[in-house]
Each structure stands twice: as C-alpha cells, then as structure tokens.
Design a protein around this ligand. Structure first.
Ligand code: ATP
Length: 461
C-alpha cells in the first residue's frame, strides 16, 4: 500500500472552485439577488449537465449493470410515522451550543473539548449555553391548519422510501433475496454549519442503494459492496491516492449499524466523507414491521417457505457532494507556452477541468475557425451530425486559442475545428483537451473516432 497522503496535492482551492463554478455557470448561490439563501445552491447550465451525468453514471452502474437491482423514485413527503420507526425523530440530532455574547452557533462536537468544558466561545471568548440536542429534520405542515395533526417532514435521506416499498417491489417484480433497490433524489437537513461551498448543504441530493440479504450472509455482502464501490470510483477515473477508507469506531457507529465504512476523498480542506457503506442489520425492516403492524418478513419459496427479516447493506453517496469532488479532482492549471498558439494572443497559462469524457457536461465542441466564408454553416452542419449521439457545444466568437481555453475550463474533452481545408476536402481537426494535440481526419470518421476515444480514455495526470 502506498503511504497515505496527509495534505491535499492538487491545484484547486475552495475559492478557485467556487469562483470557477460561478463564472462558468456550474453553480450559483440560491436567490443571490436577495443576498443568497444559506445552505442552498442552484445548478446552472454546465452544472445541471454534470449533475445529470453523474446521476446517470451511478444509475447505470447500480441498476443496468446488475440484474438483481431495480430502481425506485419515492416521494419526498412520507407518513410521519416513518421517521419515528427509523429513529430519526429521536436520534437524528446534532449537539448545539450558542455563544451568549456574539450569538455564534456551533456544533458541540466541532469545537475544542477544553473550550466546551470551560463553556467559552472559540470565537470571542464569551460564555456558551449548555449543549442541547437539535433535530436536523425540516418540519412543515400538510393541509390548511398549522397544527400537529398536519405535521410532516422533508425527508432527510432517501433510504426510508426504499424500506417502505420493499414489500411492494418483492410482490410486483418477483424479486428474490439477495436483491437491491436503487434511488436518487433530494434530501433535506437543517445543518448548523454549511461552509465549504456545496459540501454540506441543507438541500442536497443522494444516490442510495439498499441491498437486502439473508441474515448470516451480510458480512460477505458487506465486503463485496465495499469492493464494488471502490471500483466504481476507480472506473470514474478519479485520483485514487485521494481516496481512502475510514471505518466507524464504536462512538461513531449509528444506532442501526452493525458495521460502517466511509469512502473519504482528500478535498482541499482535508479528508472528508464522500459515501457511506453500511451494514444496517435487520434494524430497518424490523422497526417498520413494528411501527406499521405489517409483516415485512421475507418468505423463501425456494427453501420450504423459511421466513426471515433480511439484513440490509447500504451504499449511500451524495450526488451534489460527488459533483464538488469531481470539480476538485478534475481541476488543473498549467503552463502552455511552446504548445498551442504560443506567441499568439493566448495567455500562456490555462485552467483545465480534466473530467472523464463520460461525465463532462459537453463532450465535443465544434468551432469554426472563421465565421465567414461558409465556415460557420459548415460547423453547424457538423454539430448537427453529432447531436444525436453526443452532448455538443458550439462557439464561434473570439480567437481560436481563447475558445480552446474556454472549453478547457468547462472540461470539454474534445474540440472539432472547421477551417478552409474542411471546405475543400471534408476533413476536420480533432483537438484533445488533455494533451492539446490535434489530428486531422475525414468528417465521416469523426463520430466513430470520438466513440473510441471515449471508451479508451485514460487520464494523463
Ligand atoms: P455527516 O456525519 O457528515 O453529517 P452523515 O454521516 O450523516 O454525514 P449520511 O447520512 O451517511 O451522512 O449520508 C450519506 C451521504 O449523503 C454522505 O456521504 C454525503 O455524501 C451525503 N450528505 C449527507 N449530508 C449531506 C449534506 N448536508 N450536504 C450534502 N451532502 C450530504
């Protein structure tokens, strides 16, 4: 095993990522014109493409590539008893303290223990309140009266929607254990501290898969899912030396968990959780059986109708957090003098997002060298040919070197340039983001070549 990194090695900082995200339309602050809404962010044209791409990539990996996993899209609003059964009403809390003087609010587990013991504010030295439990679920009301009868929660995780549908899915799809149910969707948590851009937000998206197994086989399946989830990030092409496992110690283990590991990523602010892989035992289905009064036992028709409450292995990843990870992972700056357009009007430094072509918001951008002499029309025609199969972009304004830089910054892996030769003999130039190399090829061979390049893609650095 190579030695674990202790400090972040990349060129990104959270300031650079936040400013690039805004400048290029990946992520904007929610309701910015009103001063912004804490803990909420909007995904702009490039951001929504990237988010969709990540979700599709995960969906394919977790459903299409597994015969034994099916999908679900459950509602955000669920019967409030769900959250009593799950333990969220009682246990989904953070320990909270306030400073009586400067009014700052902290999570008690995130301030130095000696400060907490002395009840002094780490910011102003003022007196702190006692620690109290703060439930992270957002409450609202359904129906016209704002009374407790109409109390309802915005779901703090997607998993419970899966558990309450487990029986429906077994019956409608004739699933046999072991099998899984996958779901992506919004979740809401009233987080106290929401710094680091989109890392921890009050409204976010999750990608969760719950795998139902026979008791006694859970440890084996837990290892298998750890292996598969690690392989998923490797396949995504992210820097594997920026990934590590963190096992939950006895103090961290959630009330439902038999064993739990996090996959952590080395962000510019340090190692942080990206995804959890949990052995949730038979806790969830037992509790929902108890609270709903419905029998959620699995009947094994292949083994004399033996009954059991399945154990659950969960893989729980943040979609929006993955997007932040990919921005950090892909971010690079480099000196380009001597290469592309050197000595011309281009700056000799470039910022580039080295996304895997399967994830890049725009896969291929078509650029006419000049707007005039029919080159723009020809470029549009080439783009039309590619549209059906690839996510395409088009840019005709400014010097060609500048346009390459713009595409680099958006993470577009391929540019196709249309010049006078294209008009004469139907050839085009294909330019690669990472190496900045260019090749000439017939227009008719372009789509096939792009397909091959995407399939064979290996990140250079
Ligand atoms: P933490 O202890 O950091 O609050 P957690 O352990 O409660 O997080 P889980 O409940 O296991 O997190 O959630 C699974 C995944 O959902 C996390 O790994 C993360 O990627 C994502 N996630 C959780 N909370 C948030 C949030 N507030 N904002 C963005 N993503 C989140």
């Amino acid at each position: 095993m190579p030695e674990e990194l202790t400090t972040y090695q990349g060129k990104a900082t959270m300031e650079k990522i936040t400013s690039l995200a805004k400048r290029r339309g990946f992520v904007f602050q929610s309701s910015e014109i009103y001063g912004g809404q804490n803990g909420a962010w909007d995904y702009g044209p490039l951001g929504v493409e990237l988010k969709n791409r990540i979700a599709q990539y995960w969906w394919k990996e977790m459903t299409q590539l597994h015969d034994d996993i099916v999908g679900l899209d459950a509602a955000i609003l669920m019967h409030p008893r769900t959250w009593e059964a799950s333990g969220h009403v009682e246990n989904f809390t953070d320990p909270l303290v306030d400073c009586k003087q400067c009014k700052a609010r902290f999570r008690a587990d995130q301030i130095p223990p000696e400060r907490l013991a002395a009840k002094t504010c780490p910011e102003c030295g003022g007196e702190l309140t006692d620690t109290r439990k703060f439930n992270l679920m957002f409450k609202t009301h359904i129906g016209p009266a704002e009374d407790t009868a109409g109390l309802i929660y915005l779901r703090p995780e997607t998993a419970q929607g899966i558990y309450v549908n487990y029986k429906n899915i077994i019956q409608s799809n004739r699933m046999k254990i072991p099998f899984g149910i996958a779901q992506t969707g919004k979740a809401f948590r009233n987080e106290i501290v929401t710094k680091n851009f989109i890392f921890r937000t009050c409204e976010f998206e999750q990608m969760e898969m719950q795998f139902f197994v026979k008791p006694g086989t859970d440890e084996e399946w837990f290892e298998e899912w750890k292996r598969r989830r690690w392989a998923y990030y490797e396949k995504m092409g992210v820097k594997t030396d920026h990934l590590r496992w963190h096992r939950h110690g006895p103090d961290e283990l959630a009330h439902y968990a038999k064993d739990a590991y996090d996959i952590e990523y080395l962000f510019p602010m340090g190692w942080r959780e990206l995804e959890g892989v949990h052995n949730r035992s038979d806790y969830d289905l037992s509790r929902h059986s108890e609270y709903s009064g419905k029998d959620l036992q699995y009947i094994d028709q292949d083994h004399n109708n033996e009954r059991c409450i399945p154990f659950i292995i969960e893989t729980s990843a943040g979609l929006t957090r993955t997007l932040l990870m990919l921005l950090c992972d892909a971010y690079d700056e480099e000196q380009v003098s001597g290469k592309e357009g050197a000595g011309g009007e281009e700056e000799d430094r470039r910022t580039v997002l080295r996304f895997h072509p399967n994830l890049a918001p725009v896969t291929v951008a078509v650029l006419p060298l000049m707007r005039k002499d029919g080159l723009a029309e020809l470029a549009q025609a080439v783009r039309e040919e590619l549209k059906e199969d690839f996510s395409t972009g088009y840019d005709q304004s400014g010097a060609i070197g500048r346009r390459y830089r713009r595409q680099d910054e958006a993470g577009t892996p391929f540019c196709v340039t249309i010049d006078y030769e294209s008009k004469e003999n139907g050839s085009v130039t294909l330019r690669f983001r990472d190496s900045m190399e260019q090749v000439r090829l017939p227009r008719s061979a372009l789509a096939e070549r792009l397909r091959r390049e995407i399939k064979d893609y290996r990140r250079l650095k």
